[in-house]
Design a protein around this ligand. Sequence first.
Ligand code: SF4
Ligand code: SF4
Length: 263
Amino acid sequence: MWKRDKKPVVGVFGFSGCAGDQLAILHMEDSTIDFFTSADIKFFHMAQSHQEVPKVDIALVEGSINTERQLKELKEIREMADVVVALGTCACYGGIQYLGEDVKTFKERMKYVYGESGEVPEFLDLVGKPRPAQPISEYIDVDIMIPGCPISAENFVPIYTKLISGLLPQKYPMPVCVECKYEGNDCFLLHGKYCLGPVTSAGCNAICPSMDISCVGCFGTYEGANYPSMINKLKEIGLTEEEAIRKLKLFGGNKIEQALKGD
Ligand code: SF4
Ligand code: SF4
């Protein structure tokens, strides 16, 4: 880690996604000023112009990897950074774009979009040859994951504060259901309604069930999750196994596949 007698150097990098996590940082209101003053921000994809990846203490990386060029840049970031943080559910688990893997093969999807040749038009070649969507952890070591679609200030600020103090924060050790119980909500599952709270990482304060909306799992996977049991529960309330897995993979991405294969 870096010396605490100087401000850490931070870079915010963006790959494929909606850029919502970078916007969430810019919209943290009072905390946005602290974000820019408590560290030396050397790179911020959405907020500054840049040429090369700088040497940073902390790299906050948003988005999944979808092209050869992104993969090259991601590896450069890993080489230049002491700590790499996956920012948001696309970077952590692949995001919604990862779901395409279920529908057609990558080659079929390319043909569907670009015609029989399946080749990207030349003018799009600037972004590099396409690859199937993958979370950043598929290619590099990731030190911290901050899921969320997008991340919330309540989740991000405490983790970031620890990081810039030279400490490595722990992952949330509980699912959304625990926060849901703290909020005193009546459980959807007990009423035969869909909810992914038991397999989703806490950190959002169970905002959806508290507003009478089922959790769809946007904070990503909870490490102690029991997926076979969740799938059985979803089947009990009327989903097919295929539908249940697809719902889990919406935000759980590659982690669901790994868990169901027993990896
Ligand atoms: S409503 Fe959802 S998040 Fe809340 S306890 Fe039930 S399953 Fe968990
Ligand atoms: S309750 Fe579930 S869907 Fe809603 S913000 Fe939290 S993790 Fe996302």
